[in-house]
Design a protein around this ligand. Structure first.
Ligand SMILES: Cc1ncc(COP(=O)(O)O)c(C=O)c1O
Length: 388
């Protein structure tokens, strides 16, 4: 990596800067209002008031009840809590031993399902995706068995940006009486998250993807969803996630979601234009380049590509040297380029998928930045290809 921080940040799917308004909202809860929200005295009461205020704000945005919001320490923790909580509740009530998920989930879901299989004996079915990374709800319906206790399908993919028909999948799960979890970490601030309209029982969000602080997430748990806590202790969060709650983080997540909701439509429209200009520009200027993910059902801020016969990580390094921060889904393991499992599931051949690149836009992204990428990227790819 270069010694100088890149001046153009186009990796908002990895994380976002905390919004100054969010920082301001959080500020009192580091020192002035520092109480433990479980304490009975006035210090505790002040912290508890802030915590419950944040919960109510979030419930208003997600259109659910405040008690259905559980604060966590990350999107990863929310996914873990959701899957283990639902699986263990099913185990306890002898309500089925089969989990359905997809081949393209984030590892926070994928690894958890794998462990539930390996250590706890749950049976698993991984629903495939098409060449655009789209899940067919009929495949989910066919995968559900009499003993299925849980379905988990992400709302939007982190690598290729494809958005899934979770409304239809949720309806199927509701009809079949199966608990449905969706990882909405990439969808936060980008897609409507109305819990009164979606048949979703469990939903994960992470603050740092939507201009909130790192290390704060939430899990929506619909009332009456069978759930056994896997973080036990002092009984916080109504026994669903023990541990002294990060009040500043909760307040920050609420402020970030509020700002995100206010800005969502205009901001999505703005970055969608930048995204489409970049896609068109890259496909026109780089030979042997393909867009990955769905053309229509995709996040407004995600432009992802594969370039044949070049390593994605090398492109990331070259762009970094040119002052542009982006990412690649493929990684180099022991000197060998390793294609991403998401692209593999989409049926993309290794000579293409090792050359994956993700450019993701956010609030500070500009047309000038798109133009700069288009100036630099074709030369980087040509240079790297010439090394072979
Ligand atoms: C789809 C998805 N799920 C889960 C996570 C994990 O979230 P966190 O970074 O808050 O642990 C991410 C983060 O990249 C993600 O993109």
């Amino acid at each position: 990596m270069s010694n100088h921080p890149p001046s153009i940040f186009l990796d908002y799917a990895a994380t976002t800067p905390t919004d100054p308004q969010v920082i301001d909202a959080m500020a009192p809860y580091w020192s002035a209002v520092f109480g433990n929200s479980d304490s009975i005295h006035v210090y505790g009461q002040a912290a508890a008031n802030a915590l419950e205020g944040a919960r109510e704000t979030i419930a208003g945005i997600l259109r659910c009840r405040p008690v259905e919001i559980v604060f966590t320490g990350s999107g990863t923790e929310s996914d873990n809590l959701a899957l283990r909580g639902a699986a263990m509740a099913a185990r306890q009530a002898d309500r089925g031993n089969h989990i359905v998920t997809t081949q393209i989930e984030h590892r926070a879901v994928g690894q958890t399902v794998e462990q539930l299989h390996e250590l706890f004996g749950f049976e698993t079915t991984y629903v495939p995706v098409d060449a655009q990374g789209l899940v067919d709800p009929d495949d989910v319906a066919s995968a559900i068995r009499a003993d299925t206790c849980l379905v988990s399908v992400m709302m939007a993919n982190n690598e290729v940006g494809t958005t899934q028909p979770v409304d239809v999948i949720g309806r199927i799960c509701r009809e079949r009486n199966v608990v449905f979890h969706t990882d909405a970490v990439q969808a936060g601030g980008q897609l409507p998250l109305a819990m009164d309209e979606l048949d979703v029982d469990l939903l994960s969000l992470s603050a740092h993807k939507l201009y909130g602080p790192k290390g704060t997430g939430l899990l929506f748990i619909r009332r009456n969803t069978p759930f056994v806590s896997c973080v036990t202790g002092g009984g916080q969060e109504r026994g669903r996630r023990a541990g002294t709650v990060n009040v500043a983080g909760a307040v920050g997540l609420a402020a970030a979601l509020e700002l995100g909701e206010q800005r969502r439509e205009t901001e999505c429209e703005r970055v969608r234009e930048l995204r489409d200009l970049l896609i068109e520009g890259v496909l026109n200027s780089v030979p042997n380049a393909q867009l990955t993910g769905h053309r229509e059902y995709r996040l407004s801020n995600n432009a992802s590509f594969v370039f044949r016969d070049v390593e994605g990580e090398s492109i990331v390094v070259q762009l970094d040297l040119a002052g542009i921060a982006v990412s690649s889904g493929s990684a180099c393991t022991e000197g060998e380029p390793e294609p991403s499992f998401v692209l593999k599931a989409m049926g993309i051949a290794p000579e293409w998928s090792i050359g994956s690149l993700r450019v993701s836009f956010g609030q500070s992204s500009t047309l000038a930045e798109v133009q700069r990428v288009l100036e630099v990227l074709p030369g980087c790819v040509t240079k790297l290809r010439s090394f072979d």
